[in-house]
Design a protein around this ligand. Structure first.
Ligand SMILES: Cc1ncc(COP(=O)(O)O)c(C=O)c1O
Length: 333
């Protein structure tokens, strides 16, 4: 019976969904959304705050400032509330309403950027604003998830060893790339301890992280308009880019089987299925994909039919349940 004294002490690290009956491949999904922050970013936030406390960077009158598309913001807002810090999150208009409201419920101040930087997109504008905040008040402390080694160390210490323990025969691991903290932590761990494991990065089409051309992206979490400072491509065996309309389709496919996951999970699962079909056509490998969060925060975007129609021209109202079409009344024919 787990009993905790602080919200960051609880995290389910060993829950996997066997997706073989949902997608056309043998694939396990490592679920990272079962903690009080609702995402994998809990681990990053804990590691960065603990380290800043140990080094004296954070003191009791500090205000934590961070740029986040959402989930790190929620995790930091929760930890700040629990440990008595002020927290300011700098996000942009793509941040889900539910995510913003969650941060505010924890007592955080949320600043939403509405103008993208002409060259570096919304992330460029967010970073400029954070720098302004930090130079205006010495109590403001930027943990900087984009460059802070504790971001990848969190996954080197926790995510990757858990995966390695749970899958002794692991062959391929699929990891979404945002700041690339998860990707780099897992890639470093497996390169050092089990170099036989193939590491495949999955990114959104329109992200510049792996050298592709920048383009519009609406779903927060994966991809970047500025190349991630933590990324070392030599640790990655392959990269798959997934357009957002495919992300949305996969999210709805998972939902039609009773699994409501966040947008990044749709991207990573799509990339994994495509990569496995091309590279392991005989379905004889042990493959795991990492799911960063669950779907409730995306009810007004990925799971909102008008939003999906407007942004991708897809009609998700006509989606099927277990391959059977829905009738107009919603009943399965
Ligand atoms: C929804 C979502 N997608 C993608 C990621 C990518 O993670 P990273 O920033 O470690 O690359 C995260 C990280 O927590 C996330 O919360």
């Amino acid at each position: 019976m787990p009993i905790i004294a602080r919200p960051d002490e609880f995290n389910i690290e060993n829950l996997y969904v066997d997706l073989s009956s949902v997608v056309s491949q043998s694939l396990y999904l490592k679920c990272e959304g079962f903690n009080f922050a609702g995402s994998i970013k809990l681990k990053t936030a804990v590691e960065m705050v603990d380290s800043a406390e140990r080094s004296g960077l954070l003191s009791k009158d500090s205000t934590i400032v961070e740029s986040s598309s959402g989930n790190l913001g929620v995790a930091l807002a929760m930890i700040a509330a629990s440990r008595g810090y002020q927290f300011v999150c700098v996000t942009d208009v793509r941040c889900n309403t539910a995510t913003r409201e969650l941060m505010e419920a924890f007592g955080a101040l949320v600043h939403t950027i509405s103008e993208p930087h002409p060259e570096h997109g919304y992330l460029g504008s967010r970073l400029e604003y954070v720098q302004k905040l930090c130079s205006s008040d010495s109590r403001n402390v930027w943990l900087n998830q984009y460059a802070n080694p504790n971001n990848w160390i969190a996954h080197y210490r926790r995510t990757a060893p858990a995966l390695s323990r749970d899958f002794s025969g692991l062959d391929v691991l699929f990891i979404g790339a945002g700041t690339t903290g998860t990707l780099m932590g897992c890639a470093q761990y497996f390169r050092r301890n089990r170099p036989d494991v193939t590491i495949v990065a999955v990114d959104s089409a329109g992200s510049v992280s792996f050298g592709g051309p920048g383009g519009p992206r609406m779903i927060p979490g994966l991809g970047a308009g500025v190349r991630p400072q933590l990324l070392d491509e030599s640790l990655v065996d392959d990269v798959v880019l997934v357009p957002e309309y495919e992300t949305v389709r996969t999210c709805h496919q998972l939902a039609s089987h009773g699994y409501l996951f966040g947008g990044s999970t749709g991207t990573v699962v799509t990339g994994a299925v495509q990569w496995l079909a091309e590279n392991r056509p005989h379905r004889n490998s042990t493959a795991v994909a990492i799911s960063p969060d669950l779907g409730e925060r995306y009810l007004d975007s990925v799971y909102e039919p008008d939003w999906v129609q407007r942004n991708y021209g897809l009609d998700v109202r006509s989606r099927t349940t277990h391959g059977r079409p829905l009738t107009a009344s919603g009943a399965v024919e």
